[in-house]
Design a protein around this ligand. Structure first.
Ligand SMILES: [Zn+2]
Length: 246
């Protein structure tokens, strides 16, 4: 997972979404709402297709899922599940991009805290790395341990559990591969006689297929080789990277 920016919708598409929400609210108030059938009909429209395309484009050329940042994001995911919360079914702020695997694993699970706030991390409004850690040995994403509270972070625990981020072997393998590539890039840079910093930073960003760099630069990764060496040898480059992910 990584922090992502929600794209702007074209005015016409935004208005369409608003009209559908009004229609849902109207049907719900008269007890005539069949949310699944309603969604199915609207999902096939060109306008919803355009909204989906906007989400896909916002994720970059490979259009990965906003949860795993790995598989192709193929469908609109209702962060607050539409079955339980039809009042948010056409709320643009509630739409994420999801792959088939994450959609299947998550299902309709959506745990809330005691204040009825979501425990699942919404990557469009919060930074997943505030609640999760990368395990460089296994490639899994795990809940972050909060030293002040002396406990695992609740949102991290819930997100890892709902999306099974610590139990998806193939995914962990691909995260691990990306991490190794990032380490290789840094190691090579440390050995270079004269390092072109702009080039190096570009290369590093391009290598980060799964959004692991924030963990390497701001998270626990900064204390591990070769990232700790990069910080010591090139404080300026380190500063640029930090700025980028702070
Ligand atoms: Zn996914």
């Amino acid at each position: 997972m990584k922090r992502v920016q929600r794209p702007e919708l074209p005015h016409r598409v935004a208005q369409y979404l608003e009209r559908q929400q009004q229609e849902i609210n109207r049907r719900q108030s008269t007890g005539m709402l069949n949310i699944d059938a309603f969604w199915k009909g609207r999902r096939a429209t060109k306008t919803v297709g355009q909204a989906l395309k906007a989400l896909q484009k916002s994720m970059g050329p490979t259009e990965p899922c906003m949860y795993c940042v790995d598989n192709h994001g193929t469908d609109v995911e209702h962060f607050w599940p539409k079955g339980h919360y039809p009042g948010r079914a056409f709320d643009w702020a509630n739409w994420l991009l999801c792959c088939t695997e994450c959609g299947r694993i998550k299902g309709v699970r959506f745990p809330l805290d005691q204040y009825q706030q979501p425990l699942l991390i919404d990557p469009t409004i919060e930074d997943p790395w505030d609640y999760m850690d990368f395990d460089p040995d296994t490639g899994n994403l795990v809940a972050r341990f909060d030293l002040t509270a002396n406990d695992w972070m609740t949102k991290g625990v819930a997100t890892v559990d709902v999306l099974q981020l610590d139990r998806r072997e193939a995914l962990a393998e691909r995260y691990h591969k990306t991490f190794r590539h990032l380490c290789q890039k840094v190691t090579t840079a440390l050995q270079a006689p004269d390092l072109d910093s702009t080039n190096f930073i570009d290369e590093l960003l391009k290598t980060d297929d799964h959004g692991l760099l924030p963990w390497c630069i701001n998270g626990a990764g900064q204390f591990r080789a070769p990232f700790d060496q990069l910080r010591a040898a090139y404080p300026q480059i380190w500063g640029v990277l930090r700025q980028r992910f702070c």
